[in-house]
Design a binder for this molecule. Structure first.
Ligand code: EPZ
Length: 442
């Protein structure tokens, strides 16, 4: 398994390009299952999660032509309606095939995605919503089979808790349902909005986009479209924090602070300079020190849970105390013991971590446990004295495109140490064209 070595202490200077958003790309790929016409997605990030999802879609019979930064999807009228365990287990977001395949093909069989390091992450809300739309749901032997022989029907569905992929699954399902669907307490993340805009480009009728109430008038079919994936707001926040933690100043190309309003406000209260200049964001560290801030993670427009670990890494280096409360996932503090190995002072009580800044972190061998925890260790390594060696970096490759290249271009001492390949680690294969003849039953 590869490792990443970082020698800390260099203030970042320079510029890097923000990639397309992983958490927009995944539902947008699934949207390609809703039509037989070509769906072209551009600004596609080169990530192992994208490869994994395309492998699943190709396995089901979707024609996926992948080129650098772009993919063209064509889903024929005959599809293998089963998403098998060996593919689904690699990535929970595979659950996003449920809504589109059921809605278009009237049946789908999906291996239930297991939990993951950060929580049990059930999909009960997805299933309850589809059931309310008239689907018969059968759970057996670790698989969910959903059937709607007469098609799904529009309904009112209120999410008891905000669910991003739950909203995305039902939004896609409703586009081909008979009648009107209203999704209440829907997720408002920018990635949901980006999906809705793409679906409208395919001929869907959606109103309330960007709000917590989405109204969808079902259509008989959808057509193709070309859609550019919005910039990754989590990558944007991650690299802004990289500048802050090293006392550097960098330019983030092709992104917008509008995608992360509360993060922007919080980092400005910490003392970081953040300014939108055209399509770029200028990040400037102040000459004087930064100030600690408290955060509570919440659904958008609240502080995103996907930036909690990165923000904590920053707080460990700032004089003073800050509290970090995680309200979305039940086990999202696994970066804490690894940061502590680097000298961080963090006390966890329930879902709140109390962080007391230390004068300097010390480089150490640390282990990545999940995608965002792993990048928080890289950020800490950028600030630490000496070398930090991060292992299990396949977690990183799921969500951060070319992270070493981007940070090196800004003066970081970071390099990947390639180890023997581990079987079944998803690899990023940017040039393969995934063409598999469609097979299986309608
Ligand atoms: C999406 O996951 C993101 N993934 C996550 O990003 C992100 O952390 C999360 O939303 C919250 O913003 C993608 O978009 C691919 P949820 P999702 O459904 O949709 C509970 C990353 O690092 N819940 O919004 O799976 C759930 O357990 C990843 O990029 C149910 O109980 O999250 C959690 O406590 C990590 N039943 C809460 O709701 C359900 O049926 C929010 O989960 C669904 C969710």
């Amino acid at each position: 398994m590869d490792k990443i070595s970082i020698i800390g202490g260099n203030p970042l200077k320079g510029s890097l390009k923000i990639s397309g958003a992983k958490n927009a790309a995944l539902p947008l790929l699934a949207a390609g299952l809703l039509t037989k016409d070509p769906v072209i997605l551009t600004n596609l990030p080169e990530l192992s999660d994208i490869t994994t999802f395309l492998d699943l879609m190709a396995h089901m019979g979707c024609d996926c032509i992948r080129e650098p930064g772009q993919v063209t999807l064509r889903t024929p009228d005959v599809l293998d309606l089963e998403a098998p365990y060996e593919l689904v287990r690699k990535m929970r977001a595979s659950v996003l095939v449920l809504g589109p395949v059921l809605s278009r093909f009237k049946e789908v069989r999906l291996s239930l995605p297991g939990g993951c390091a950060i929580g049990t992450r059930p999909v009960d809300l997805h299933l309850k919503g589809l059931e309310k739309m008239g689907a018969e749901i059968i759970l057996s032997e670790g698989y969910v089979t959903a059937k709607a022989p007469k098609g799904l029907k529009g309904c009112d569905y209120t999410f008891p808790i905000v669910s991003v992929t739950g909203t995305e699954n039902l939004l896609m399902a409703a586009c081909l349902a008979h009648g009107t669907t209203r999704l209440l307490n829907a997720a408002q993340e920018p990635e949901v909005t980006d999906l809705a805009h793409c679906l409208v480009g395919m001929g869907a009728k959606i109103s309330g986009i960007g709000t917590s109430t989405l109204v969808i008038e079902g259509q008989a079919e959808l057509g193709g479209t070309t859609h550019s994936i919005l910039p990754d707001r989590i990558e944007t926040g991650t690299y802004a924090i990289a500048a802050a933690i090293t006392g550097g100043s960098i330019t983030l190309e092709n992104t917008s602070l509008k995608l992360l309003p509360l993060v922007t406000q919080t980092l400005c209260q910490v003392g970081l300079g953040l300014e939108q200049k055209g399509d770029n964001v200028e990040v400037n560290s102040p000459a004087h020190g930064l100030k600690p801030q408290d955060i509570i993670t919440e659904p958008f427009p609240g502080f995103p849970t996907d930036l909690q670990a990165q923000f904590m890494a920053l707080m460990t280096t700032i004089n003073g105390a800050s509290s970090i409360t995680e309200t979305i996932f039940e086990n999202r503090f696994m970066h804490v013991p690894e940061l502590a190995r680097m000298g961080a002072d963090i006390a966890v009580k329930g879902n709140t971590a109390l962080v007391r800044g230390v004068s300097s972190l010390k480089g150490a061998p640390v282990m990545a446990t999940d995608l965002r925890a792993s990048v928080s260790l890289v950020l800490a390594g950028l600030a630490a004295e000496g070398e930090t060696l991060v292992s299990r970096v396949y977690h990183l490759d799921r969500g951060y495109e070319k992270i070493e290249e981007k940070l090196s271009a800004c003066g970081a001492h970071i390099k990947r140490i390639r180890k023997d390949p581990v079987i079944d680690e998803p690899s990023i294969n940017t040039t393969s064209s995934l063409k598999i003849a469609s097979s299986g039953h309608a």
